[in-house]
Ligand binder design. Sequence first.
Ligand SMILES: [Zn+2]
Length: 128
Amino acid sequence: MKVTEKQRLSLQRMIKKWKHRLFLGEWFVFAAYGEGDESESGAIATSSPNPTYMQCTITVYESFWRKYKADQEHIIVHELCHCITEPAYRAQIDLLNFKMVTNDHINEIRERTTQRIANIAFQQEWRK
Ligand SMILES: [Zn+2]
């Protein structure tokens, strides 16, 4: 399926809006367009964040465009949130692969992730 200019712009706008709301302003977030209705694992959209270099590619598949706009936006928020949870995920994968992961490292990731979520929540409209 060919992605229209309108669809490209719409996705760019959603990413831009939520990148800032989620305090991901310094991340480079790229949009990609997958072939077919879903990814190989059955996802409408996928995210591949690299926390070290703060780069993330969000890929949307064709069924994404058949969702309501509000649902599309919710999906993009989810994919962007992977940037926040990725360090914890990577530490767990390292553990599974018998790589060195210390208690201090896990605790540091937990505290940093929790603080990021707290910062995001605390800046929301309802605070005013
Ligand atoms: Zn996910």
